[in-house]
Design a protein. Sequence first.
Lengths: 505, 650
Amino acid sequence: MLSGFPLLSTVIWLPIAGGIAALVTARSGDDRLVRWVALVVSTLTFLVSIPLFTAFDTTTHHMQFVERAAWIPTFNIHYHLGVDGISMPLILLTTFTTVLVVIAAWEVIQYKVAQYMAAFLIMEGLMNGVFAALDGILFYVFWEAMLIPMFLIIGIWGGPRRVYAAFKFFLYTFLGSVLLLVALIYLFFQAESFAILDFHSVKIGLAAQILIFIAFLVAFAVKIPMWPVHTWLPDAHVEAPTGGSVILAAIMLKMGAYGFVRFMLPITPDASAELNGLIISLSLIAVVYIALVALVQEDMKKLIAYSSISHMGFVTLGFFTVFAIVANTGDTHGAAMGVEGALVQMISHGLISGAMFLCVGVMYDRMHSRRISDYGGVVNSMPVFASFMVLFALANTGLPGTSGFVGEFLVIMSAFKANFWYAFFAALTLILGAAYTLWMIKRVVFGKPGNEKVAQLSDLNPRETVVLGSLAFLVLLVGVWPDPLLDVMHATVDHLLQQATTSKL
Amino acid sequence: MKGVYLTVVLAPLIGSIIAGLFGRKIGKTGAHGVTIAGVALSFLMSLVAFKHIVIDGAPTFNESVYTWLISDGIRLEIGFLIDRLTALMMVVVTFVSLMVHIYTIGYMKDDPGYQRFFSYISLFTFSMLMLVMANNFLQLFFGWEAVGLVSYLLIGFWYQRESAIYANLKAFLVNRVGDFGFLLGIAAILMYFNSLDYADVFAAAPLLSDVTIQVFPGVEWSLLTVICILLFIGAMGKSAQMPLHVWLPDSMEGPTPISALIHAATMVTAGIFMVARMSPLYELSETALSVVLVIGALTAFLMGLLGIVQNDIKRMVAYSTLSQLGYMTVALGVSAYSAAIFHLMTHAFFKALMFLAAGSVIIAMHHDQDIRNMGGLKKYMPITYWTFLIGALALIGFPGTAGFFSKDAIIEAVHASDLPGSGFAYLAVLLGVFVTALYTFRAFFLVFHGKERMDEHTRTHLRESPLVVTVPLILLAIPSVLVGMVAIGPLLFGEFFADSIYVAAAHDVLARIGEDFTGALGFLFHGMLGMPVLLALAGVATAWYIYLQRPELAGLIKARFELLYRILDRKYGFDDFNEAFFAAGSRGLGRLFWRTGDETVIDGVAVNGTAKGIGWIAARIRQAQTGLLYHYAFAMIIGLLILISFYVLL
């Protein structure tokens, strides 16, 4: 029934069309209408994306729901879409998060509502495009186009230093992207095609591989972000409106990590094996150094931003332990655990960091402050909210039973196989993550009401409860029963590991 | 039987969810009704399980419930292992939990967080049961962290108190230090055994006893020693062994029922249970056993000493818990696992009893916990008095009480052991007996005897606590007296634990003692003349003399041994060190990385520096664009000259 229906094109173009429709209705000045348009479109997109999961064939690593049409035949460029066990969950995460972002903005955003909603809808389509694109140029177009709505979101609806943050965000990520384009063009000349799957099978010498690897690394490391190219993220988060932060943390950071597994591991396996020590070191620095930085933040959003970087360190660590495991034990046994852990961590971090930013947003809407010291004892006036916030905070510390545990657990298990000390430093997050998260909770949520304003806060309204409640449900579901999520990944990950360990020299 | 076991864990969980989510709708009665019904059902089903496994002699139940995930071909499952050890733990946990639930009705009567409290303690019961019923390391870790979570929530239950929310953060973080080791231990197991299932791991362990790993380059360590010590670090956190004990005294900020249930009877014994469960691993590493032994001995003696200088009644009991946990750990160290579990069980009863009795005193004193303000309470609250006395006698190991049997067995076992460190441990546990009696009866005499030191208002309001409080006290007092006599034969020298605990023949100290064992009465008469009983009586006598006969002596001794007192008062400086080194150190490092690393170097020099640099270069180059024709012509000629000479010279 579904085989003929272009699901992937729909999840890309439906929100973009919806975004344009929102811009058109902006003329009417009817914000109510715009909100409903945005909600209907994002919900529809989410519903359309569900069959991607339910009709997914978990037994194969081949691309599914494939669509292919010639686009620029001269250069062998195609409009080529498809998903596997890595990209499909990310599309669902995107469509789900966008619905929440639309609801979360409902009465909070009063300035240029239509443009705001349009930016998010268009961005949703573009992000889905990034995850679904199987053509290098198509990927690149989505990848770059996605920057524009985010740039506008930070620059228009952002905080006082929004212009500095927007430019920093744009220049940082754009700089990386340029090298990405160079690498793609080089690969085109080798493969005589822009199809990403053709890139996977082309043979490349070690020197060239290392250059391509570095080009990819610069482009993707900025997005993740990895230490030391991470400093744009705290600024962008602090200045972005709540919705912007949620999308940034939940989806955009995943793009870089997605690039690692879609491009670096399969296209440059030998360079990856050569340079895995570098990536692992940077990952562990992210886990430990950034966690310590998070500890001393005074601004809640900055703290969560740093926490994101630290958690993304697990993702890059999980991807690259495979080479260390092969070096240490002689086979890849145990590596799938690391990669799958990293992939689960991407999804889980999307849910948890999104939820944490929404929590800060809920407080910011009432108090207009993100400073930890302006709060204290929020639980007294907002008990329901406090329960949610504590739950998400505990998930952020990787408590078993929440999604935060699954990925970290698998990555640590896998890292131990590579080297005792990798696991040692990675596991420090158990202590440091708990320290910065729960210390913030202590100062913000618990205690006597910090001041008059806190004492009079109103608890969650039904709209906010729905948003946080649905995230809480997913965080617990993935934590208690992660098997269905991992099930879709096995075939793809096994294939990926095979690619990553097969020399292309 | 699977249905029975599922009921055991799910009944408290469902009670907890109902009380937690719908607490406002169902009201106070509804909340305690549903949670108590859940735990009572769980207790009954535990009894059924106990009968099935222990009395009917059914084989061990080992089945999975569902698959948590599969990765790398390794199936990680949630499942139950019910053998005799588990069955015993289930009964102890659900019984104490049920008593605490009932007691809470009285203790928390006027608390605005009434429903929340019941939700938490039922959630705790669920978590603890998941922990003891696990058949694999993953679920063990689940339960392990989940009890830590509930402990965190309950220590900070009165979230307006600054000291409570400090204590719960501290407890969580210190436990996380332990869990850090524990998780690495699990990772090591997964790497070498390719399974997290107890049965697989225990079966394969002997084959791996010769494997060594290099944690530091060039140093070969036995794999099993490394695994056992890493796992034990987890036990040190949860069971509050030095130096990870620092959170337990502060955890007394939580309501008293919690101190009884979590921080005395059950959660803190999780580490003891875990090591006993892992006996097939620990038996293969004498080094690990020695580490366990020495840590336990240090904790047993040094923490007992701190009990002497406490003035808060709950903190006094807390230090005694630390010390008793040390005794259990010592028993583990000398491979007397069943003695450790035996003491765990008797301790669960008498320590829960002491905490709840202390809580009863606290209710009467209008939540004043300072024993210097008490005195002469005996005549106001007779039931509390007698039950507390029974608990205290059991704690010091008075002949005939439950504590006597279990503690004496441990001391005998240490005496019989020849493991490195056992000589030191023997001395420590023996001296510990005197210290235990001294601090316990110091508190006892100061609270219930002597001058009435409370203010007039409090004194006129003193009365015995209501039935919901005193009935659990009486119910707990019964096993505190009897369980030792009944259980010592089968548990220590019989076949009770059968194959759920494994002891290598060379380490089997209990078998050596067992050769002389003729029954509980014989053990009692033999022990009555022994050194430990004499030391305990000496401790009581000392407390009686100092605190009742010559109250001025206490002050004199304090002045005479000023330095010793200061050391004890500062709790050997562990808290000060942790605060100054770890807490302040991490914050300092964080600030350095942030201000210097991120802001100055990366942002300041690299990012904004690049931007400024480009701006600067552009500004310089702009100077060249003068717009004057002869400038450009001059530059061209110079350029040409350079180019030409370049070619000519080459």
